[in-house]
Ligand binder design. Structure first.
Ligand code: NAP
Length: 524
């Protein structure tokens, strides 16, 4: 399992790192000795809002057991806290329901016991990690075993022993400790820091090390020698041999299956993507096929893409976020948005991209400039994030309006833009309103996320929904004299961009829109 330490000193960056890490890792470690101005409650609730599965470790490393200046890139120490302040902070983490609190062995038995009884009072949800960090050297195995037993004496859930490798052989000591410790009760994290200790970080998971620590970016290491989360995932694939093209070339040399492109979603029965993509492929003279698959098990579906040499895939609800962990690379746009709707298969190497933001921006730009304009985005889900990303990238200003204020605020904080509860949308003045919620989608054609009376101030109104073609929101907006955009153009533009990424050729946009409109008119 992978843990990403959150090391940013400023709250905004820390929250952003939490959001990204929750999608990529099993654990996050909140380094309260490094995060300067974030409240623990906000940091923990942001993680929980982003993932119900993420495990949270809270720690406040003492100075002697944190990476010394110059050993890590881009890390700023917030100044050491007193032991009383530190215990109070870890108790707060227990009250807030953190999964683990980590305390150093050197803080003493009394401090560890105090935290343990506090955990017990709070129904024991939070578990204790007792840790030992040595930034000078790696003691010999006999000494490491002694340290392990000193840590284990307090009966924590996990013992963590991290030492500095001066020689490559030091890795053997910490790796040997894993097999030894696994015969005893607490779970073990044992590895070496520093460049010479990197071998242990790559190999330790194979020996049963409970957690590997990794960074989001090369900068932001909480300890020297850490790999990035992507590198750790590559090691996992390499050693487990699940999906490395170089390990299993025969798999990727098989003849291409007739299903060259697929849509992964659940449900997919109503999707118009196969109709649009097959018409486009035919017109482009490409004898390939696009099919929709209702997916039960996402991991197996991704294996299928690799195994059957499928060239590309579209990803739709509910997998746009979940799919990220199965891919080899994520491009910058998708990583920033936090969702993937397109996969490119390059000889077994799967790259995740997002074309929703471009689909939306190209649609707007057909009728209005984005730069300098203000856009009210209704919703705070995946499409809202893609819309806001595109608008900001093009020099526009988003304002978030959402039904659930907490979710809306998380997004607006991340974007550093204003937030309004949906009920107060009438108070906002802006150039364009964009609905990114499913309100008004077939068969609920009579619903709109906004009262007609609130639409008068907008020059432009867009709905990302394309079935029905003209939603109640768009009908109301048209009556108020607004220029309206239906979700059809966004749908066609995002699909066209997928074809450009898969085939490197310009797709037949007019035909793609024609087949979609014909089908939607038939449905209506
Ligand atoms: P999502 O991540 O689940 O987000 C949905 C958002 O809608 C949330 O912010 C949610 O608010 C809000 N919402 C849901 N029901 C609501 C209600 N009854 N009243 C007010 N707000 C409500 O979904 P998504 O992936 O962004 O997709 C949203 C829509 O975009 C879907 O209809 C999808 O088909 C469409 N879409 C269209 C295109 C296109 O090419 N045209 C592309 C992508 C998506 P809370 O935070 O309060 O739950």
């Amino acid at each position: 399992m992978i843990c990403i330490p959150i090391t940013a000193s400023k709250k905004k960056e820390a929250l952003h790192a939490i959001e990204r890490s929750c999608r990529l890792a099993d654990f996050i470690e909140l380094r309260m000795d490094l995060i300067e101005d974030g409240s623990l409650a906000e940091l923990i609730s942001t993680a929980r809002d982003n993932s119900s599965l993420i495990k949270i470790i809270v720690t406040c490393r003492k100075k002697e057991e944190a990476a010394p200046a110059g050993r890590t890139a881009g890390i700023k120490n917030a100044g050491e806290k007193t032991i009383d302040r530190k215990i109070a902070l870890l108790k707060e983490a227990i009250e807030l329901g953190a999964d683990f609190v980590d305390i150093e062995l050197t803080e003493g038995r009394a401090a560890i016991k105090e935290l343990q009884s506090f955990c017990a009072k709070h129904r024991g949800k939070t578990k204790i990690i007792v840790s030992y960090h040595n930034f000078k050297e790696t003691p010999a195995l006999t000494k490491l075993k002694e340290i392990f037993h000193q840590c284990a004496k307090a009966k924590p859930a996990i013992v963590k022993i991290v030492t500095f490798a001066k020689t490559a052989e030091d890795n053997l000591e910490t790796l040997s400790l894993i097999s030894y410790a696994r015969k005893h009760s607490p779970k073990i994290i044992s590895l070496c820091m520093g460049d010479k200790g990197r071998i242990s970080r790559a190999v330790a998971p194979l020996l049963g090390n409970y957690l590997s620590f990794a960074t989001l970016e090369r900068e932001g290491q909480s300890a020297p020698g850490q790999f990035t989360v992507w590198e750790m995932k590559q090691f996992k694939k390499f050693f487990i041999g699940r999906r490395s093209a170089s390990l299993t070339p025969a798999l990727f040399l098989r003849k291409a299956s007739p299903q060259n492109y697929v849509l992964l979603g659940n449900p997919v029965g109503q999707s118009l993507s196969p109709l649009m993509h097959n018409a486009a492929l035919k017109k482009m003279g490409i004898a390939e096929n696009y099919s929709a698959f209702c997916v039960q098990d996402l991991g197996s579906a991704i294996q299928g893409i690799r195994g059957m040499n499928i060239r590309g895939a579209s990803v739709t609800i509910p997998f746009k976020v979940a799919v990220m962990e199965y891919l080899d690379d994520i491009d910058d746009d998708a990583l920033e948005i936090g969702a993937v709707n397109t996969i490119i298969n390059n000889n077994g190497r799967l790259t995740g991209c997002n074309t929703d933001w471009l689909g939306l921006i190209l649609t707007l730009q057909e009728a209005m400039p984005v730069k300098g304009k203000t856009f009210v985005i209704i919703g705070a889900g995946g499409t809202a994030r893609a819309a806001a990303y595109g608008i900001m990238k093009e020099g526009g200003f988003p304002v978030i309006a959402n039904r659930t204020p907490e979710k809306g605020k998380i997004l607006s904080n991340k974007l550093n833009c204003p937030f309004y509860p949906l009920a107060e949308i009438g108070k906002i003045k802006a150039d364009c309103l964009i609905n990114t919620t499913p309100v008004g989608m077939y068969p609920h054609n009579d619903k709109s996320p906004v009262k007609a009376s609130a639409l008068g101030g907008y020059k432009y109104v867009m709905d990302v929904i394309y079935n029905p073609l003209k939603t109640k929101l768009l009908k109301d907006a048209e009556k108020q004299g607004c220029h309206i955009f239906s979700g059809v153009d966004m749908f066609v533009n995002q699909g066209a961009q997928q074809l450009r990424l898969w085939r490197g050729k310009e797709p037949p946009l007019v035909l793609m829109k024609k087949v979609i409109l014909e089908r939607l008119n038939k449905i209506e």
